[in-house]
Structure formats: C-alpha cells, structure tokens
Design a protein around this ligand. Structure first.
Ligand SMILES: [Zn+2]
Length: 315
C-alpha cells in the first residue's frame, strides 16, 4: 500500500481509473476480436485476467477500506459464486435464452429481429447501448422492490464490505431477470452479435470496477461511469443512500430519474450491507443464498424489512 499522502497515491487515485480504462480499450482494439482467429472464450479469458490484474493492483496500492477483512466463509462463498456463475450458470442461461428467443423470432418470420443491426453501425451502437442501460437500470430497481426477487438480490448486497469479486456474487435469479428483461428486447429489436461482443468486452473491466476496493477519485467522471466511488452508496446500510446508483455501466439513467448520488461524499464510517440482520440469515452459505427466494423464514412479513424500504419512494 502506498503512503496516503504520497504523490504516487494521489496520482494513482486520480489517474488510475481513466488510464487503466484507456489501456483496456486499447487492448480490445489491438486484439480486434471481430477480425481475429482467437476464440471468443480465450479472448474473454484474456480480458478477465487483465481486469483482475488491474483490480488486484489498485486494491493493493490504494485501498479504499484499509481494514477490509473477509468474514468467516466469505471468500469461499465468493469464489463458489464466481466459478459457478461464470463457467456454468451464465453460459447455460445464455444458450437456452438465445435458442428460445431465436425459435420464436424465426417462427414469426423475423430471423433478424426488427432490424436494429441494419442501421449504420454507430447509430446501432448508440441506440443499443442506451437501451441496454435503460433496461438494466429498471431491472435493477425491480429486484429491489419485488420481495421475491429481492430475496435473491440480497445475496449481492449482504457483504459488509465490497471488493471486485462482489460483482460476481449473485443469486441465479439475477441472471434470469437480466436475460429476460434486458436481453430479450434487444434480440427482438435485432441487435448484432458484434455489438454485444464489444459491449461485453468493455463491461469486463467496468463490472469489477463497480465494486473495487480502491480509492479512485473520479471527479466529473462520477457523472459518467457507474463504478466503485459512486456505486458504494448503493451498498450502504443507510436507506437514504442505498436507494441510488442502480446503473449498469453509466449513471445516465440515475441522473435522469433523480437517483444519482455523487461518489466523493461517501463517508468512510458508513456501513455497507443489508438494512437489518435476520436471525439465521446465512450470508456466506452458497446453497442457502441460492435458495433464499423460497426461504419460508425470509417470506415472513416481519422479515420483509430485509428489503431496502426506501426504494418504495421511487415508485
Ligand atoms: Zn442492488
């Protein structure tokens, strides 16, 4: 860890995010997967390794929470979620989802959906990106206000401190909701595979940066990117803070809908995690967390306060 008052700490805090982001984009351009013999699997493994290397480097050199410690069973649970979600659940859901949607589109004679990909490439990219951000924003808000879905999403919010791997700590319902509500409309509109690959390439870095335990000072970039300094508010135990910053890659729709809080004002003594502790709630038990939406105990009225109640004010 660098000395907090050192020049290098300040430089890394301010320039670390934009510089690493530019380098990452440069690597994506250099590989140019759309015109390369590299398999998609190898390509995404390369990007993931680079993203993890950046995260590890910044968490070591400029940690935001210098006292971050794993609770009993936390790391094991995070690794289990990481492996099962990335190498099993997401590929399986993605395969079946695209197969089913394609079947229906072909049945109705719309093999290419409604033709979004036939637009000029830049126009398609802008429309598809904004639409995915919009749908992702509302899908995220939905899992905060529906009790059944929230019991799944609570898995993601249960840690009392966040770091890059928190991004992958998700109940399987989160991915079902994301594919159903975000990807289905995109396929129906006819988004191109090329756009999805490029968007996902950038997300490979921004996703772990959303939860990274690094002291990034973003300045005006807080208004653009949904990453750790501003996303920390979303994990706060304080309802007034947690009802914010739902964005996927950007904060655009939080700003538009009045749910944006700028990152620089998060107090270090603010606590993160669920709003209330429920006796017997096993936040570091993988199987328990996956089955949480059906938990009898969590379904009881008195335990529904597990839901961040403040989200009700936005509906
Ligand atoms: Zn959330």
């Amino acid at each position: 860890m660098l000395a907090k008052n050192s020049i290098s700490y300040k430089v890394l805090s301010i320039a670390g995010f934009p510089l690493s982001f530019i380098i990452f984009i440069g690597i994506i351009c250099e590989i140019n997967i759309l015109d390369s013999d590299l398999s998609l699997f190898v390509y995404f493994v390369i990007l993931r390794v680079i993203a993890i290397a950046f995260c590890t480097l910044f968490e070591k050199l400029i940690p935001y929470n210098t006292e971050h410690k794993f609770e009993k069973g936390e790391l094991k649970t995070d690794i289990t979620f990481y492996l099962s979600n990335n190498f099993l659940l997401i590929p399986v859901i993605a395969y079946f989802h695209v197969t089913v949607v394609r079947f229906f589109l072909e049945s109705f004679g719309y093999e290419n959906g409604l033709g979004l990909s036939s637009l000029p490439v830049y126009l398609e990219a802008v429309i598809a990106f904004l639409l995915m951000e919009f749908l992702g924003y509302w899908a995220h808000r939905l899992v905060h206000v529906n009790y059944f879905l929230w019991r799944g999403h609570a898995t993601h919010h249960s840690p009392s401190s966040i770091y890059w791997m928190n991004n992958f700590r998700n109940n399987f319902m989160s991915y079902l909701v994301a594919f159903a509500l975000v990807y289905t409309p995109m396929y129906i509109l006819g988004v191109s595979k090329e756009f999805l690959i490029l968007r996902f390439s950038i997300f490979m870095l921004l996703a772990p940066y959303q939860h990274i335990n690094a002291d990034f000072r973003l300045g005006f970039l807080n208004y653009v990117f949904s990453v750790a300094p501003n996303h920390r508010f979303h994990h706060s135990q304080n309802p007034a803070e947690a009802n914010s910053n739902f964005g996927l890659m950007t904060n655009l729709f939080d700003i538009i809908h009045g749910t944006f809080i700028r990152g620089d004002h998060f107090k270090k003594d603010s606590k993160m995690g669920l709003f209330s502790e429920i006796e017997g709630y096993k936040k570091h038990d993988f199987v328990y967390q996956e089955l949480a939406p059906w938990s009898k105990k969590l379904r009881q009225k008195k335990n529904q306060k597990l839901v961040p109640i403040a989200t009700q004010r936005v509906f």
